[in-house]
Design a protein around this ligand. Structure first.
Ligand SMILES: C[S@@+](CC[C@H](N)C(=O)[O-])C[C@H]1O[C@@H](n2cnc3c(N)ncnc32)[C@H](O)[C@@H]1O
Length: 328
């Protein structure tokens, strides 16, 4: 736990938004695209971006100190890292744009604490009315899962077999598990399934079956009863209360064959490092109206929905992967 013991410690925390804003501005301006391997003076870059010369120079100097831009006597270039990872539509650029979007909601945290309601509209409404933003969000989740997610394909409970990917999004984990030898059944809402169809188009036919269904209205998640060997529930439970989560897990349970497995991949409120889990919990309250459950509650949710032998897979924190068997 961090201990703040001096005014300057607190001030350092308070200005933490500034580097993020500088990186976000660079992304919005297309600065990492404008910089190339040949050093360019700030005036030339400002002309190219139709930006104010003096302010752009200040941003470039800040990015030099943040380690994302290099300066020589002849001008500015991307660092090798920025060149490789920060150009438009790179994975990290998607994450930068996602965080810029959500930071506006975080600035209204006090409203969330008072009202008990999230800032954003419910996901199904956003999917219909803000499709550009929700598509960007799903691609950012895909990038985050590939960069920071656990290698679930290493789990013998998920590979080989016929595996249900519950709320699988674009299909990041379905892709990894299918490539490792499993046959996947990905269930998600119709708008997301259409995006997943494009994202997974290069995989062999039949390796990922796509099913458009509402997990909360269709029994057994919209698939045949006891028709899969295992199910993956990744980053779903934090969007719901304990009671609603148990309802979802019971539906998942009905889809798994006797003796099959469930794997829950999520973040728990009591797993760090540091403030990670508790800040993730706040994030859910701001963004979705969900909560990050603690490890004991996640375990209890599984036990209450017909699973047994719950154990945590040995992936490093903050990754929290729980494996359980369907009670027979
Ligand atoms: C946070 S994303 C997780 C995506 C993916 N499982 C992962 O780990 O990256 C939650 C997913 O659940 C889906 N979802 C939310 N409510 C749903 C519902 N009622 N029926 C089907 N899918 C739903 C969303 O569309 C989204 O793809």
């Amino acid at each position: 736990m961090v201990v703040i013991s001096s005014p300057s410690d607190l001030i350092e925390l308070l200005v933490g938004y500034q580097p993020a804003a500088a990186i976000s501005a660079a992304s919005q301006l297309g600065l990492f695209d404008a910089l190339n391997d040949r050093p360019q003076p700030a005036s030339e870059i400002a002309t190219c971006l139709a930006a104010n010369h003096s302010n752009l120079n200040a941003l470039l100097e800040a990015l030099v100190q943040l380690g994302l831009v290099s300066r020589t006597d002849d001008g500015f270039t991307n660092t090798p890292f920025a060149s490789a990872h920060l150009r438009s539509d790179s994975d990290l650029d998607k994450v930068i744009r996602k965080e810029a979007f959500f930071s506006k909601a975080w600035l209204r945290l006090s409203e969330v604490i008072q009202s008990g309601n999230p800032i954003l509209d419910p996901w199904k409404k956003r999917l219909c009315e803000q499709s550009d933003q929700t598509t960007e969000f799903l691609y950012a989740l895909d990038a985050l899962a590939r960069i920071t997610g656990p290698p679930l394909e290493e789990l013998p409970e998920l590979v080989p077999g016929r595996v249900l990917d519950v709320g699988g999004g674009l299909g990041t984990y379905s892709r990894a598990l299918a490539e490792a030898g499993s046959t996947m059944v990905l269930v998600d809402l119709p708008e997301v399934i259409e995006l997943a169809r494009g994202y997974l188009a290069d995989l062999p036919t039949g390796s990922v079956e796509l099913i458009a269904a509402d997990l909360f209205t269709e029994p057994t998640c919209g698939i045949e009863i006891e028709s899969v060997d295992a199910a993956l529930v990744s980053h779903m439970l934090h969007d719901y209360s304990e009671e609603t989560g148990i309802g979802l897990l019971r539906s998942v349970n009905g889809a798994i064959r006797p003796g099959g497995f469930i794997v829950v991949n999520d973040f728990a409120s009591d797993i760090g490092p540091g403030a990670f889990g508790v800040l993730f919990d706040l994030m859910m309250r701001v963004e979705t109206g969900g909560v990050a459950h603690d490890l004991a509650v996640l375990t209890e949710m599984l036990l209450s929905s017909g699973f047994c032998d719950v154990r945590r897979a040995p992936f490093p924190a903050p990754i929290t992967v729980l494996i359980a068997r369907k009670d027979s």
